[in-house]
Design a protein around this ligand. Structure first.
Ligand code: BEZ
Length: 240
């Protein structure tokens, strides 16, 4: 029978796109963090993994650590989490550096913080524990939090499926491009490809769009694209 007590124990929340990122204080492999206030002015990718010393997670951590500088140049910090303790995290990260080779990578040092969350306090706040998949291990969640501390996108993968880091980076750059240039990005967009301008909000604007001599390409009044120079996107978004 479900009692109030075990209802509370099993309860978990799930931040949605547009919500303020739930606040927490946590111990990590890089010291204590206050989230999201320590990251004001930066994008953050907060991601969870099921457990230390597991192969898919190891491949993901090596890939993220390898790409950390690339994310940093896009003003984005990485923060990992699993429902393991600090000493397990430290031992696992040391083992990765000392022993593991994957996809041409070796001697990989994970320098971004990895949160210890034995109590599952943070994992539950972020809906990272999905009991149908596993009762005590976090699924592979990725939260994109913007410089104002707002959740802008989330991706969830099951335990057995390693994430695609090109897609995580592409999504970050696409959201920053949308913010900077007030455009939307179509399927499979990447810098250099045409962007979508916001739909016409009136009959007059719809007509103007269809007859415009500007650099617009309208398939129909509701579907207009324009070029956006790759170098301009990169200059605005990527620090060298
Ligand atoms: C892994 O990271 O290899 C893994 C973790 C939990 C379940 C299945 C795979």
């Amino acid at each position: 029978m479900e009692t109030t007590e075990n209802k509370q124990e099993n309860s978990f929340t799930m931040p949605r796109i547009g919500d303020k990122a739930p606040e927490f204080k946590a111990i990590t492999t890089q010291g204590e963090i206050n989230f999201p206030s320590d990251y004001k002015g930066k994008w953050v990718i907060l991601f969870s993994h099921p457990a230390d010393f597991t192969p898919v997670c190891t491949s993901e951590f090596m890939t993220f650590a390898h790409l950390e500088e690339k994310f940093d140049k896009a003003n984005c910090k990485l923060v990992g989490l699993s429902v393991d303790g600090l000493y397990s995290h430290i031992a696992w990260l040391r083992t990765i550096k000392d022993k593991i080779k994957f996809n041409g990578m070796e001697n990989i040092e994970v320098k971004f913080p990895l949160i210890e969350d034995i109590t599952m306090e943070v994992a539950k706040k972020y809906g990272m524990i999905q009991p149908g998949e596993h009762k005590t291990q976090a699924v592979r969640a990725v939260f994109f939090v913007d410089p104002e501390g707002i959740v802008r996108a989330l991706i969830y993968y099951p335990l057995s499926l390693g994430r695609n880091f090109d897609e995580i980076y592409r999504a970050l750059i696409a959201m920053q491009t949308s913010d900077k240039f007030n455009v939307a990005t179509p399927a499979d967009w990447e810098p250099g490809k045409d962007v979508i301008i916001s739909p016409a909000g009136s009959c007059g604007v719809a007509e103007e769009r269809m007859t415009s001599t500007e650099d617009l390409k309208c398939e129909d009044w509701f579907f207009c694209t324009k070029p956006l120079d790759k170098d301009l996107v990169l200059k605005e978004i990527i620090k060298n």
